[in-house]
Design a protein. Structure first.
Length: 132
């Protein structure tokens, strides 16, 4: 089973007033064949409100290896959400830990068919634990 072994947020850069560009180093254990992850996107939801939409660049996970990948993502704040609101939420640990995410991607094993992945209402607390 593929697993995340480490996660480090390398950089966060503003892109205007409504979005951010993120770069992270993600360690992955892949005991399977090469896997291409594409069309990666998601939403972050806190207190029933979509806070932001995330789009990530495709990633190719090398076969049968433990590797670290530089992952790039763009986060766009949802309509009606301000940077000040996000900063206030960031200070409210309870709100974030009770938040959820919807994650969508397409996974393709080398030489095999692709499969759409859809994970909805994933607790942010669980994602935080997975990315430790």
């Amino acid at each position: 089973q593929v697993s995340v072994t480490s996660f480090t947020l390398d950089s966060v850069n503003p892109k205007g007033l409504r979005s951010l560009s993120l770069t992270a180093s993600v360690g992955v254990h892949n005991p399977a064949s090469e896997i291409t992850l594409s069309e990666i996107s998601g939403e972050v939801i806190i207190s029933g409100k979509v806070i932001g939409n995330v789009a990530m660049a495709p990633v190719i996970l090398a076969a049968r290896k433990d590797s670290t990948y530089k992952v790039k993502a763009d986060v766009t704040l949802a309509e009606g959400v301000s940077v000040l609101e996000v900063l206030a939420l960031a200070k409210n640990k309870g709100a974030i830990e009770n938040g959820t995410a919807n994650i969508y991607a397409k996974a393709k094993l080398k030489g095999g068919p692709s499969k759409k992945i859809k994970m909805e209402d994933v607790p942010l607390k669980k994602l935080k634990e997975l990315l430790k």
